[in-house]
Design a protein. Structure first.
Length: 523
C-alpha cells in the first residue's frame, strides 16, 4: 500500500525544485546581463572620453607646432559669378546640381553648336576623350605626349581619321602636315563658337569651380567633381590638337590663345584641395606642354609670345598644390573615413584611428616633400617607404586592434604622389627655361654655352633640379640645338638619355634614365 505514495511524491518534489531553480537561474542571468550592459556602457563611455581626450591632446600639441586640422582653411573662397571663368556656359552646367533630393540624377553635360551636340565628356575614346560620333569614324589615332622626344603629334593621322579614310598606306597628300592641319581645323570649325566663348571668358579675373566641399559625403558633390575632371581633360586634349594645327599653319597668335585657355582651366584646378584634382592637373599640364614644345622645336614663337608662356609656366607650382591636395586628403576625405567606422568599433576608437592617420600623414606622406627647399628627394622617399613597411601592419585584425586600420588602407596610396609631382614640376620648369633659352637665341643668334647667361635678362632666377637641389643639366649639341634635363628618380646623370618601356607607342620609364627636354637634331 506504500508503493503508490512512493511513486507520487518524488515527481511532485521534482516539479517544485525545477520551479525554484528555474526562477533563481533566470534572476541571476538577468542580473548578470544587466551588469554586463552596465559595464559595457561604462566601458564605451570611458573609451569615448579617453579617446576624445587623446585626440584633443594630440591636436593641441600639433597646433602648438603650427599644424592645423580644420578643413575650412583649405577650401578656396567663392568668387562673383560674373567674374568667374568657370561659370562660362560650358562649365556652369556641370554644377547645376539637383535640389536636396539625392535620388535625382545629375544633369548631363554637353555642348550644343548650331543644334548639334559637339562634345561629350564621356570618354568615348580612352586615348583621346574626343567624341568619335562627332567625326563618324571608328578609330582615331593615339594622342601620346611626344614633346619629351621633340616629336610633333601625328596630324596626318588625325586628318585621315577625321575624314574617315585611315588609308594604309596613306595617300601622299595625307602625309603633308600643312594639308593635314587645314583638314583638322576645317573639321573642327563647328567648335569656333565654343572657342570664342572660352577665350572671352578667359579675361575674367577668377577661376573657381563650384565644388560643394562642405557636402563631401553626398554623392552629388563627388559626381560634380568627376564631371569637371572629365571635361577638363577632354578640353585640354582638344585645345592641344587645335593649337598644334594652328602652329603648323603659322597662326601662332591663335595657338597661343588656345594654350592660354588651358592655363585658365588650370588656374581653377590648382587651388582645389583634393589630391585627384592635382593628379588631373599633372596629366593636363603634360598635354599643354605639347604645343608649347612643338612651337619651340620649330622656332615659331616670337619673343613676346615666349614671355607670356614663360611667365605662365613659372607661376605653375605643382609641388605646392600637391601638398595642398595631400592636406585635403587628410582633413576633407580621409579623416571622414575614420569617423565612418560605425558599429565596427567602440565609440571613441575612431579618434584613435584619426590620431594614427594624422601621424602617418605627418611621418610618411608630408615628409616626402621638402616644400621650403622645393625638393622631392628619391632617397628620402625610399627611406620613408622602408620605415613605414617595418612600423605598420597591413589592413587586418592587428591593424584594427592597434587603431591603424584606416591608416594602413589609406597611406600607401599616397606614396607615389611626390614622384609624380616631381616629374610634372620638372617638365614645367624645363618648359619655362626652354622659353628663356629660345628668347636668348632670338636675341643672340644661338643658344648660350651656359644657363647662367640667361640671368637676369631672360630669367630672374634659374630653377634647380627638383630631385637634388642642384642646377639642371644643360649642354648645346653639335647641330645648334640643346639638351636640358633633370637627373631623374634614379638620381644619376645618364647623359640626357630617356629610358623607355616597350609599348606601342613607347612610354617613358620615369624610374630610370633622365627627365629630358630636347629637340630633334636638324641636318
Amino acid at each position: 500500500m506504500n508503493t503508490p505514495a512512493a511513486t507520487v511524491n518524488p515527481p511532485a518534489r521534482r516539479v517544485v525544485f525545477r520551479r525554484f531553480f528555474g526562477w533563481r537561474t533566470a534572476r541571476i542571468l538577468l542580473m548578470l546581463l544587466a551588469a554586463l550592459i552596465t559595464l559595457g556602457a561604462l566601458f564605451f563611455a570611458e573609451e569615448h572620453w579617453r579617446c576624445g581626450r587623446a585626440w584633443e591632446d594630440y591636436k593641441r600639441a600639433m597646433e602648438a607646432k603650427g599644424e592645423r586640422f580644420d578643413a575650412a582653411r583649405l577650401i578656396p573662397p567663392k568668387v562673383p559669378e560674373d567674374q568667374n571663368f568657370a561659370m562660362t556656359p560650358l562649365f556652369a552646367r556641370i554644377f547645376s546640381l539637383p535640389p536636396d533630393d539625392p535620388s535625382q540624377p545629375l544633369k548631363s553635360v554637353a555642348n550644343t553648336v548650331h543644334g548639334e551636340i559637339f562634345l561629350s565628356p564621356a570618354p568615348a575614346n580612352l586615348a583621346t576623350n574626343i567624341d568619335l560620333a562627332r567625326f563618324g569614324v571608328v578609330k582615331l589615332p593615339p594622342h601620346p605626349v611626344e614633346w619629351q622626344w621633340g616629336m610633333a603629334a601625328d596630324l596626318p593621322g588625325w586628318a585621315a581619321a577625321m575624314q574617315g579614310t585611315n588609308p594604309v598606306p596613306r595617300a601622299p597628300e595625307s602625309t603633308d602636315p600643312v594639308q593635314a592641319a587645314s583638314i583638322i581645323l576645317d573639321k573642327l570649325k563647328a567648335s569656333e563658337p565654343l572657342l570664342a566663348e572660352l577665350q572671352s571668358a578667359a579675361a575674367r579675373p577668377y577661376c573657381w569651380f563650384n565644388i560643394p566641399y562642405e557636402e563631401w559625403d553626398k554623392p552629388d558633390a563627388q559626381s560634380a567633381l568627376m564631371a569637371h575632371f572629365t571635361l577638363s581633360k577632354w578640353l585640354f586634349r582638344f585645345l592641344s590638337l587645335h593649337a598644334q594645327a594652328e602652329l603648323v599653319l603659322g597662326r601662332t597668335d591663335q595657338a597661343l590663345n588656345d594654350i592660354l585657355v588651358m592655363f585658365r582651366v588650370d588656374d581653377g584646378l590648382k587651388d582645389e584641395p583634393l589630391l585627384i584634382s592635382q593628379l588631373v592637373r599633372m596629366a593636363n599640364v603634360a598635354t599643354l606642354l605639347q604645343p608649347i614644345g612643338e612651337g619651340l622645336a620649330e622656332q615659331r614663337w616670337a619673343d613676346g609670345q615666349l614671355r607670356v608662356l614663360q611667365e605662365r609656366l613659372q607661376k605653375t607650382d605643382l609641388i605646392a598644390s600637391s601638398v595642398l591636395g595631400l592636406y585635403g586628403e587628410r582633413d576633407i576625405c580621409s579623416n571622414r573615413r575614420s569617423h565612418s567606422m560605425g558599429y565596427m568599433v567602440p565609440p571613441g576608437w575612431d579618434r584613435l584611428e584619426q590620431i594614427n592617420l594624422c601621424r602617418g600623414f605627418q611621418e610618411a606622406v608630408f615628409s616626402r616633400i621638402n616644400l621650403a627647399a622645393r625638393e622631392v628627394n628619391p632617397s628620402v622617399n625610399h627611406s620613408i617607404d622602408l620605415a613605414f613597411q617595418k612600423s605598420r601592419a597591413g589592413p587586418g585584425f592587428g591593424a584594427l586592434l592597434h587603431h591603424n586600420l584606416v591608416a594602413a588602407m589609406t597611406l600607401p596610396v599616397f606614396s607615389r604622389v611626390p614622384q609624380k609631382a616631381a616629374l610634372a614640376q620638372s617638365e614645367v620648369d624645363m618648359g619655362a627655361l626652354a622659353c628663356a633659352l629660345e628668347r636668348y637665341r632670338l636675341a643672340q643668334g644661338q643658344y648660350p654655352e651656359d644657363l647662367n647667361a640667361l640671368v637676369p635678362r631672360f630669367v630672374a632666377l634659374l630653377p634647380h633640379d627638383i630631385i637634388n637641389g642642384q642646377p639642371l643639366k644643360y649642354r648645346r649639341t653639335d647641330h645648334g640645338q640643346f639638351i636640358l634635363y633633370s637627373v631623374g628618380w634614379n638620381e644619376k646623370d645618364d647623359g640626357g638619355v630617356v629610358a623607355t618601356i616597350k609599348a606601342d607607342p613607347p612610354r617613358q620609364d620615369i624610374l630610370q634614365g633622365d627627365w629630358v627636354w630636347q629637340y630633334p637634331e636638324k641636318n
